[in-house]
Design a protein around this ligand. Structure first.
Ligand code: FUC
Length: 935
């Protein structure tokens, strides 16, 4: 072989090796299928999302469509609530917090949805509607009833009655010894969700509605020696149902003589008989609506023989999930992705031996009202109607095969001996916008299927990858290679806290970007508490939008991590909220502009919800306005500032212009009534509000200057700005959370709201006020490190701003530890609050970026908080305020090269450690600096 060709081969080999290494860095992978939902791998096109379990003989694909929610367009505002505002304020000024909260709870909370007729339904259930005979009676024949494990503290949903609310009868027997005769007995069932009518030998012995423990006395006269019968009618209105027993499962439910103990009695922990009486309980009033799962696609494969070489993976570079394995000597590959151009979930099944693809595909849904139908051309449709709401969905599954046969059997599609099969799953709802639900759910399906006509799988995949990479490829990160890179992701996660694996942190950044691209594409709804992934009918916190931190955290990575277009859904949402929030401003505060309290949903709810001790927090609109301003600050897009951002920001500022009141004691302008998110109850003047409002006013003043508009408004804000209550340092050297110096240094609350000014705000910075910065740091030290998932992520950002990269890295390790019962990350690296909440993924990704570059102090700060454990790396293209894109590399913890691309021209100020330079730039030009910070 000639020398030249050896070199060519060597180069080729090297290239292959390098690209494989890069590939590995951007992959989550596992040696086994998912057992739980949080093991499964997520995909999404911003509108449709899915979770893949990757089982060999049974693959489960759970999917969502982002507009399927409970509820309907309605007025959430309590009319004339503003009449109570002066009295609530007065009570707070007088220090009567409890009285203020009580009045606010009564007169100031939003309106709930309508309640069903509980009384009538309970009467019907008691009369035995839907049952034959009287199931309470001792000699009732329950032979044909099914069986269920009792108790189930997490609800009957977890032991076979998934998705059941309503009335269910339970029956069992217990044996009574001769020695018990003549004694009263205690029937201890502890928790029942939600209401019960409990009978022994046909006689009612207890009826409780609500959370109280069920410990009923059974009179001796009801008991006979030998077999006795317990029958319980359980009425469940919402969420988990059934006989719960004890949370601590070492404690038993059972029956025993009065004066004895459960250990001396008969355990009732066993299999009981049950019968569902009715599944339509009356609606429970809700403040806001919940995001809903859509359906499930189940694939059943006819594999014979042993299975080997199993691998389940998610390639972040192409947004493609893959399951690969060998069965009976044949290599099978399944590829799954969510196409934005073709609005479909696409699943491609191949094998390296012809005629090997045989399976059945079926659709189902948790929704009680759901129907699967067979349509022409081997297509299935699944239609769903949400309970307690007006939204309907339709999904379609169609399959294309190469060779082999395809037919429908019953409501399933059966593919036999194909060489290859491609499944297209589409979905739509009747949601058009928060006021309009007149859409046709079939339209999205038909459009998607039409767009797919005549296209090969390869073409569809190529278009998907191209569109996805138009976002994903904008940013690259490399923190070097580490030994653990070769490990499956779940094993790597276990080791991360104690191993040197900075590359895993880089992967986590890219995973955050992947999740945001997958859940928030232009034209879709913003990412909610779970992005777009949810498999529960009653998800935690409704899987909606909490605006006192969580919704905003979802959008922290967009600007810095070069995903700016993904803000579009947030901006559109803010427009909707501003309309709804104007009504809330009028009804609650008799004020102009718009206001948003601590939560919202798909219907743009803006009124206070839940409880007055945390639901009355007024700064949602102002905080969201910061995102509008930041979008301008990073992009310098004046048209956006003029047409979209400024009118919304102005509306938020107009509200506070009217809302702020003079504090009688200090003379400062304060925000009242409000709350330091979820800590300390209803108060006058929480620090966070003042930081947010001050920032809003400053940004509005700057925007009005840039746009040359509204001089009077600008002047009025400038005048008020000086009077807003300032940040204060308290007696423990802490930054005060409240107006008064009343912080508790042992308070470990997950919210660290008064540090908003440090991050995401810039109300407190090193260059403006070192003392305040140190006080803020002291407050964070008092709060401690332990926290929920999103709170850990927030703390990464704080430590980055405090310029303590090593403490930041400690927090990264806490976020990236296996979530067993506490905070951390699940097997699929979803953030665990717990439970799953996606904000931590986004906040964590943004926090690592803040360690590399910051730009909130009027200059670009290079490597401001580099952790010792990330000694080398290269990054392109992080974005900085002023319209700059930064490419940099470092080695041994020191900058080795820096390239700054100026997108729009103008002055650039950069600083690295104690070096700083300032230079003029031209739009489109790059400026290279060496390690000594010289051109
Ligand atoms: C806020 C937080 C909770 C949770 C919820 C969704 O209320 O305080 O921890 O994240 O939002």
């Amino acid at each position: 072989m000639k020398v030249k060709s050896i070199i060519v081969i060597a180069t080729l080999l090297f290239t292959i090796k390098v690209s494989v290494a890069q590939q590995a860095k951007q992959e989550l992978w596992y040696k086994q299928p998912a057992e739980k939902w949080t093991d499964a791998l997520p995909i999404g096109n911003g509108r449709i999302g899915a979770m893949f379990y990757g089982g060999v003989t049974h693959d489960h694909i759970q999917f969502n469509e982002e507009t399927l929610w409970t509820g309907k367009p309605r007025d959430y505002n309590r009319k004339g609530a503003y009449k109570y505002l002066p009295e609530i304020r007065e009570l707070l000024f007088e220090g009567k917090q409890k009285e203020a909260e009580a009045l606010a709870q009564k007169e100031f909370m939003g309106l709930q949805s309508e309640a069903g007729n509980r009384k009538a339904w309970v009467a019907e259930m008691k009369e035995g509607k839907g049952m034959t005979g009287n199931p309470a009676s001792a000699n009732y024949d329950d032979k044909l009833w099914k069986t269920i494990a009792v108790p189930a503290y997490e609800g009957w949903e977890t032991v076979g009655l998934a998705n059941v609310d309503g009335s269910v009868w339970f029956r069992t027997t217990f044996d009574v010894a001769q020695s018990w005769v003549g004694k009263d007995l205690v029937l201890d069932l502890n928790k029942i969700f939600d209401q019960d009518f409990t009978y022994v030998n046909g006689q009612l012995v207890g009826n409780t509605d609500g959370p109280d423990a069920r410990r009923y006395t059974v009179p001796a006269k009801l008991i006979k020696p030998g077999k006795n019968v317990i029958a319980i009618q359980v009425l469940n209105y919402y969420d988990r149902g059934g006989i719960g027993g004890y949370k601590d499962t070492s404690k038993k439910i059972g029956i025993y003589p009065v004066g004895a103990t459960i250990e001396q009695g008969v355990s009732l922990v066993k299999t009981w008989k049950y019968k569902i009486q009715d599944q339509n309980p009356p609606a429970v009033p809700q403040y806001q609506a919940s995001y809903q799962p859509f359906g499930d696609l189940n694939l059943q494969f006819a594999h014979q023989g042993s299975i080997s070489k199993y691998k389940r993976s998610l390639d972040l570079a192409t947004a493609t999930v893959r399951t690969a394995y060998q069965a009976n000597g044949v290599n099978f590959i399944r590829e799954y992705f969510a196409s934005e151009p073709n609005q479909a979930i696409v699943i491609n099944l191949t094998a390296d031996r012809k005629k090997s693809i045989s399976f059945t595909a079926a659709l189902s849904s948790l929704h009680q009202k759901s129907v699967v139908k067979v349509l022409p051309n081997n297509t299935l449709s699944l239609t769903v109607n949400v309970k307690d709401g007006v939204l309907r969905g339709e999904s379609r599954l169609t399959i294309q095969v190469k060779n082999g046969s395809i037919k429908t059997i019953g409501e399933k599609i059966k593919v036999t001996n194909a060489d290859e099969a491609t499944l297209y799953l589409t979905a739509g709802t009747n949601f058009i916008d928060a006021q309009n639900v007149s859409g046709d759910p079939a339209v999205a399906n038909m459009q998607a299927l039409t767009s797919l006509k005549g296209k090969s799988y390869e073409e569809v995949k190529k278009n998907h990858v191209k569109e996805y990479q138009s976002y994903y490829n904008k940013f690259k990160v490399n923190f070097g290679t580490s030994e653990n890179e070769i490990l499956p992701t779940d094993e790597r996660l276990v080791k991360f806290a104690s191993a040197n694996d900075p590359a895993f942190a880089a992967l986590y950044m890219q995973y955050g970007r992947y999740l945001l691209i997958s859940s928030s594409r232009p034209g879709t709804q913003p990412a909610n508490l779970q992005g777009i992934w949810n498999d529960l009918l009653t998800p935690p916190w409704g899987s909606k939008y909490t605006t006192n931190i969580n919704m905003e955290m979802n959008y922290w990575p967009t600007e810095i991590l070069n995903l700016s277009p993904l803000n579009e859904p947030l901006v559109k949402k803010i427009e909707g909220l501003a309309k709804a929030g104007a009504e809330t401003a009028r009804e609650y505060y008799d004020a102009p502009g718009w206001v948003l309290h601590h939560n919202t949903d798909i219907w743009n709810a803006t009124a206070p919800i839940n409880a007055s001790n945390h639901g009355i927090w007024v700064s949602g609109a102002a905080w969201l306005s910061q995102h509008l301003w930041e979008h301008y600050a990073f992009s310098q897009d004046k048209q956006f500032l003029k047409e979209e951002a400024y009118p919304l920001m102005k509306g938020a500022a107009l509200f506070f212009d009217a809302f702020l009141v003079k504090d009688l004691k200090t003379g400062w302008l304060i925000s009242t009534p409000s709350n330091s998110p979820e800590n300390g109850g209803l108060v006058a003047g929480p620090t966070m509000d003042h930081q947010i409002i001050r920032t809003l006013f400053k940004n509005c003043i700057a925007a009005a200057d840039i746009l040359g508009v509204d001089p009077d408004f600008r002047n009025s804000l400038t005048a008020k700005l000086k009077s807003i209550a300032p940040n204060q340092i308290g007696k423990y050297g802490q930054l005060q959370e409240w107006l008064e110096d009343k912080d508790d240094t042992t308070d470990k609350h997950r919210h660290v709201s008064h540090l908003w000014g440090v991050f995401p705000g810039n109300d407190i910075t090193w260059s403006q006020d070192e003392k305040l910065m140190n006080a803020a740091k002291q407050s964070l030290l008092y709060r401690g490190d332990e926290a929920t998932g999103w709170s850990l992520a927030w703390k990464i950002n704080f430590w980055a701003r405090f310029k303590d990269g090593d403490h930041g890295m400690e927090m990264v390790k806490m976020l990236l530890k296996p979530a067993k019962s506490g905070a951390g990350s699940y097997v699929n690296l979803f953030d665990a609050h717990p439970p799953f909440q996606i904000d931590g993924n986004f906040g964590g990704a943004a926090g690592i970026a803040e360690m590399i570059v910051q730009s909130h102090q009027g200059f670009i700060d290079i490597l401001p908080a580099l952790p010792t454990e990330i000694p080398q790396g290269d990054v392109s293209s992080l974005r900085a305020r002023g319209g700059f894109e930064i490419e940099l590399s470092w080695k041994d913890g020191k900058l080795t090269s820096l390239n700054i691309l100026s997108k729009v021209g103008g002055k650039c100020k950069v600083s690295y450690q104690n070096k700083a330079i300032e230079f003029d730039t031209k739009a489109g030009e790059s400026y290279k600096l060496n390690k000594d910070f010289k051109f």
